[in-house]
Ligand binder design. Structure first.
Ligand code: PAF
Length: 283
């Protein structure tokens, strides 16, 4: 695996003739890699001639300075995982270099940057599109792979690609879970042993509460039920839960079996914020 660290090195590599006519897959990450990332990279390796992975803890997308300061960094383990899944190129930028002379990405979020995650993490999605747009411009992938754990992020990046008319395809990939049901996340590494024991309750509660929802039920009533179940688990506090149209992420005020429905949720487990989402079956 080749490791590049600067914009100049990456640009030189990308302009190399050996890339001509090759299909290039890209997996942007913030490191602390786990099986969820590995599944995206394996898919990219299987579907492309060359796979680039970036590892960069992007300061612009953290609304909470402590979250940024505590974000896990495991570079040696990341490199070992990337070698094991046959990644071709690892891009390890620095903030000074990648943001040098770059203004950011202006786009119309259609209000999505202020809803759900955006309501509780102001500026987060602007930070995400800033870095992803820049990375797409440098890497110039044909396909870019994103995990659906960040369901809203995938929708916003798709919107950005459409608005900017970028010549690439976004490939959303299913959430990878622990055997316990807990969605794999770099932030799981920050949970204490006791918190890790209760964290799977999030998935258990959402799947149990949202299995086969009758159309007559109301989203508000179900959100109340979710809140009381989650808040009764030790360490846990639900920040929000929302039922939305899985295509355009519009908030649903009533259930309709003709509309694909996604439940998105954020829960504090101690001082670690975990997110999850599931597809809901409306009857
Ligand atoms: O999902 C992530 O890990 C990050 O938001 C991303 C897409 C790598 C941008 O920093």
């Amino acid at each position: 695996m080749k490791i590049v660290r600067t914009v100049d090195e990456l640009t030189a590599l990308r302009n190399d003739n050996s890339f001509k006519g090759k299909r290039l897959g890209f997996v942007p990450t913030m490191g602390a890699l786990h099986e969820g990332h590995a599944s995206l990279i394996r898919r990219s390796v299987a579907e492309n001639d060359c796979t680039v992975v970036s590892v960069f803890v992007n300061p612009r997308q953290f609304n909470d300075p402590n979250d940024y300061k505590n974000y896990p960094i495991t570079t040696d383990a990341d490199i070992a995982l990337l070698e094991s899944v046959k990644c071709d190129i690892l891009y390890l930028p620095t903030a000074d270099d990648i943001y040098n002379g770059y203004d950011g990405c202006k786009m119309d979020f259609h209000g999505l940057d202020r809803m759900y995650e955006g309501e509780f993490r102001p500026g987060h999605f602007q930070g995400v599109v800033d870095i992803v747009y820049r990375l797409f411009d440098l890497v110039k992938p044909d396909f870019a792979y994103f995990g659906e754990k960040d369901f809203q992020q995938v929708a916003i990046i798709k919107l950005m690609v459409k608005q900017k008319n970028l010549p690439l395809t976004i490939v959303p990939c299913p959430i990878v879970r622990e055997e316990s049901g807990l969605a794999k996340s770099s932030r799981n590494k920050l949970l204490t042993a006791e918190q890790l024991e209760v964290a799977p309750q999030i998935y258990r509660i959402i799947t149990e509460t949202c299995a086969e929802i009758p159309e007559s039920q109301t989203p508000d009533a179900l959100i109340e039920t979710l809140k009381s179940k989650i808040d009764s688990v030790k360490f846990m506090k639900m920040e929000y839960a929302a039922f939305c149209n899985s295509e355009n992420l519009e908030l649903l005020s009533k259930f309709d079996k003709k509309i694909g429905t996604r439940l998105c949720i954020a829960v504090w487990c101690g001082n670690i914020r975990l997110i999850d989402n599931i597809n809901c079956d409306i009857k």
